[in-house]
Each structure stands twice: as C-alpha cells, then as structure tokens.
Design a protein. Structure first.
Length: 219
C-alpha cells in the first residue's frame, strides 16, 4: 500500500512538472500530440469521450427515445382497448339478455299496432266505447293514411255529441284499449240550446310498415 502511494505521488509530481514545462501553444498543432503531457492527453480523451456521447445521443438515442414514447402511447391505447373489450366480454351475457328483453318489449309494442285487417275491428271498439260513455256518433271515418319512417299513421275523424262528463269517460275508455290509439285536435262547441255539446276529435292509430309485406298483419 505504501509503495502504491509512493508511485502515485511520483506520478502526480511528474505530471505537475510536465504541465509546468509544457508549451500550451503546442495544443494548436496536432502533430505535437505525442509530446503532450499525460494529463493533457487524458483531458483530451475525456473531451472526445464526452463529445462522442453527445453525438451518439443526438443522432441515435434521441430518435430511439422518441420512438419509445410513441410505442408507449400506443401501448396505453391498446391497453385501454383491451380493458374495454374484456369488460364487454365479461358483460356479454348481460347484453344478450338486454337484447332479448328489448326484442320482447318491441314485439309487445308491435302487437299493439293494428294490422291492415284489424282496423275495422278497432273502429268497432271506439264506437262501442263512445256508446258506452253515453255519446252519440255523428261521424267516425278513416282519413288518408300518412306514412312515416317506420310506421303508417291512420287518422280517424270523429264527431260526437254529449256532455263534458261523457267526453271524459270516452277519452278514458279509448286510452284503455288494447291497441295504441292517441287523440288529437279536439274542439267542443254547443250542439243545441239544451246544453248538449258537440266534440270533433281526431283519433290516430298506427300500423307497422312491415305489415304491408304481410297481408295477414300482426296477430
């Protein structure tokens, strides 16, 4: 250990003496690099090493880091997509059950839409409801159909006479029918001097468009 310290001390002292006797102007002449002191050569090696590291980082490692950042971003997106698909797969049976329930509900709604051959029966139901409410029918007639995107609208023009109480019972009875019927655009005017009233109202029922391709309609 003592010998090592002695040799190190000699090397340091020799290096200091070389630096003292070194003509620093020789640095400008690369041809004199062979006579440069050891510390100067070491410093030059360190400078070149740092320079090569900087150039390597700038021209190679920096691009790799940019590529890594892009790949990391894609990984995050793929991970989120995978988690979403995994969640969907886990809930697949629940979604299928929901679809089945929706199809059953849709079927129930379709069954409430009268078929082409059932409209006459619906008119009879409306007429029976009105008579049962104490009304007298002046008019009950189908108007021109109006085609919508998924269904056909069937307007029914109705003119009845009676009292306010009778009208209320009629509206309540129509809303209780098994088929979908909506009431619109009503006007009430006196029918005679005895206090009898006349109500004009439009009832609308609906037919599923697919029914046009199925002559029997929905049963």
């Amino acid at each position: 250990m003592k010998t090592l310290l002695t040799n190190l001390k000699k090397w340091v002292m020799g290096s200091v003496n070389e630096l003292k006797n070194f003509n620093w102007n020789d640095i400008n002449d690369p041809n004199t690099i062979g006579v440069w002191p050891g510390p100067v050569k070491l410093l030059l090696c360190l400078v070149l090493f740092v320079a090569f590291l900087g150039l390597g980082y700038w021209f190679h490692i920096k691009d790799l880091q940019n590529d890594l950042a892009v790949v990391a971003g894609e990984e995050s997106g793929l991970r989120a997509d995978l988690e979403s698909k995994a969640s969907s797969a886990a809930n697949l049976e629940a979604y299928r059950q929901q679809m089945t329930d929706m199809e059953e509900s849709f079927g129930d709604l379709l069954r409430q839409l009268p078929g082409q051959t059932e409209v006459a029966g619906l008119l009879d139901d409306i007429n029976f409801t009105g008579l049962g409410s104490g009304l007298e029918f002046t008019t009950i007639a189908l108007d021109k159909e109006k085609a919508q995107e998924f269904y056909v609208e069937l307007p029914i023009n109705i003119v009845v006479t009676g009292t306010y109480h009778d009208f209320g019972a009629f509206v309540s009875g129509v809303s209780s029918l098994s088929r979908i019927v909506t009431l619109h655009d009503f006007t009430i005017t006196p029918a005679d001097a005895r206090g009898v009233l006349r109500m004009k109202i439009t009832a609308r029922t609906y037919r599923y468009k697919a029914d046009e391709k199925k002559p029997g309609g929905h049963k």
